[in-house]
Design a protein around this ligand. Structure first.
Ligand code: NAD
Length: 500
């Protein structure tokens, strides 16, 4: 039997259950480690998207799917989870080829996708509709129905995890889903389509359409037959998409960027804090929405702590994604590295001091890869561009603070509101800060830990709506009230049967 462990997809798109060559612009996927070619594929065009939507609409309307009992649909989700679990090695390989992430990280993302499908299978089986308190002479109920045809638009940084977070609840809710992954990471979502197909997902209910955001992405947002879009990506794209959705009066959820503060008090456990800060900003080469990219250190320990942090950063192993020793792998592509380097130059121009990194690593092993060494910048204030804007790379900006009031003000003085890390041994203080800081997620003495059972999302420029958690199923459903008369009497207003 053919060993599929390292098999890339063959370049065809999954158009509502049919494997077809796309008719959109060509997408070239290369391995960020050395620039070698993964795959050239034809992306989805508008016409491909329109075909997929029409077929999805028919498939979703089929009573066999719409009316499928929750426990039966849950079994399907478990089969998809089994398929992902059996293919973790392949998914890890493919996503690493696509994005340059370490194999350890991509395997963990695949494992999280397994958990996501299992969780929503469980939520589906245990979610009840309700008989509501009666205020009328009728039996009153609130029930949930599928929305119909829905779309998921995902970014390149953690595709298998973002895909699963949308597909699992959307399918659990009984919808048909069109998934548009980023052109920078077209491959792993196509592998997921193979797995869903093999698990017995009825034809037409899933499409995977990598392609240009402005073409096929745009179509998914504007098309009248799409009833909801869940978007994960940049704030600029998210704003545009929300405006279009508003025009159509379509619900939309937005998981956008971040500029998350990490706060270190002088009483912290230093070993824990340094390990958490390094992981929070430099894992995934900082290409993570929740990266702890603004570090506030209490003034009394500032010099010491920052010196220790810089030494630990210099000791991080920069290397190839498939080397188990690697901590910092390449960035997704040279174009993205250029944009991160431009921010480092901007920081220099604003008077920032580069305490470490900010360079391309030397040596033949790195020559053709999009590598950048982990970078720490000091000497700026909270108004500097690199403190305000998301860089999405291995770049940490360090600032001192005096007290709680000071650090709360600086943390909240930013458009983003995605995440926050707090390092202190004083638990009541940590809790006070957790309540005071504008962020969708706060970590106390830890960072970047996740549970599928805990809702996730951002505020302000970091987006709106939440994914995950039990309510993560409900956002993919429509709620309907049903009143059933219990009197058997004509309405008195009509005066039926009254004599003149
Ligand atoms: P992006 O906004 O450029 O693209 C995201 C997706 O939107 C891609 O599939 C893209 O093709 C599509 N798209 C682009 N233009 C579109 C349009 N006009 N209409 C419809 N779709 C369109 O983002 P990116 O560079 O791929 O991803 C990085 C960003 O994602 C970062 O800002 C990061 O913080 C954010 N992100 C957020 C979360 C979160 O959960 N909050 C998670 C991961 C990444």
């Amino acid at each position: 039997m053919k060993d599929m462990t390292h098999a890339l997809p063959d370049g065809r798109l999954f158009v509502a259950g049919d494997w077809e060559v796309g008719t959109g612009a060509e997408i070239t996927s290369t391995y960020p480690h050395d620039g070698s070619l993964n795959l050239v594929l034809k992306g989805a065009s508008r016409a491909d998207g329109e075909r997929a939507i029409a077929r999805a609409k028919a498939a979703q309307a089929d009573p066999a799917w719409r009316g499928m009992l929750p426990h039966v649909r849950a079994r399907l989700l478990h089969r998809i989870a089994d398929g992902i679990e059996a293919n973790i090695e392949r998914i890890s390989y493919v996503q690493s080829r696509d994005t340059g992430k370490t194999r350890g990280e991509t395997a963990a993302l695949a494992a999280s996708a397994v958990g996501t499908f299992r969780y929503f299978a469980a939520v589906l089986e245990t979610s009840d509709d309700a008989l509501t308190a009666r205020r009328a002479t009728a039996l009153t109920a609130s029930v949930h129905e599928p929305i119909g045809v829905v779309a998921a638009i995902t970014p390149w940084n953690s595709p298998i995890a973002s895909d699963a977070q949308k597909l699992a609840p959307a399918l659990a809710a009984g919808n048909a889903v069109l998934l548009k992954p980023s052109s920078w990471s077209p491959m792993v979502s196509l592998v997921l389509a193979e797995i869903c197909e093999a698990a017995g997902l009825p034809k037409g209910l899933l499409s995977v359409l990598p392609g240009a955001g402005r073409e096929v992405g745009n179509l998914l947002v504007e098309h009248r037959d799409i009833g909801r879009v869940a978007f994960t990506g940049g704030t600029v794209t998210g704003r545009r998409l929300a405006a279009q959705a508003g025009e159509k009066l379509m619900p939309v959820s937005l998981e956008l960027g971040g500029k998350s503060p990490t706060i270190v008090f002088d009483d912290c456990d230093r070993k824990l804090a340094i390990a958490g800060i390094l992981f929070g900003i430099f894992s995934s080469s900082g290409q993570s929405c929740i990266a702890g990219s603004r570090l506030f250190v209490q003034r009394a320990i500032y010099d010491d702590f920052v010196a220790e942090l810089v030494a630990a950063t210099k000791a991080l192993v920069v290397g190839a994604p498939d080397d188990p020793a690697t901590q910092v792998a390449p960035m997704v592509c040279a174009e993205h590295r250029d944009s991160v380097e431009a921010y480092i130059e901007m920081a220099r121009a604003e008077g920032g001091e580069i305490l470490c990194g900010g360079t391309r690593p030397e040596g033949a092993a790195f020559a053709n890869g999009s590598y950048l060494t982990p970078t720490i910048i000091a000497g700026l204030n909270n108004d500097a561009k690199v403190c305000r804007e998301e860089i999405f790379g291995p770049v940490l900006v360090v600032l001192p603070f005096d007290d709680e009031v000071d650090v709360i003000a600086m943390s909240n003085d930013n458009d983003y509101g995605l995440a926050c890390g707090i390092w202190t041994r004083d638990f009541p203080r940590a809790w006070r800060l957790a309540e005071a800081i504008r962020a969708g997620t706060v970590w106390i003495n830890t960072y970047k830990q996740f549970s599928i059972a805990t809702p996730f999302g951002g505020d302000g420029a970091s987006g709106m709506g939440r994914e995950k958690g039990r309510d993560g199923l409900r956002v993919w459903q429509r709620q309907k009230g049903i009143y059933a008369d219990l009197t058997g009497q004509p309405h008195p207003w009509a005066r039926i049967g009254e004599t003149a």
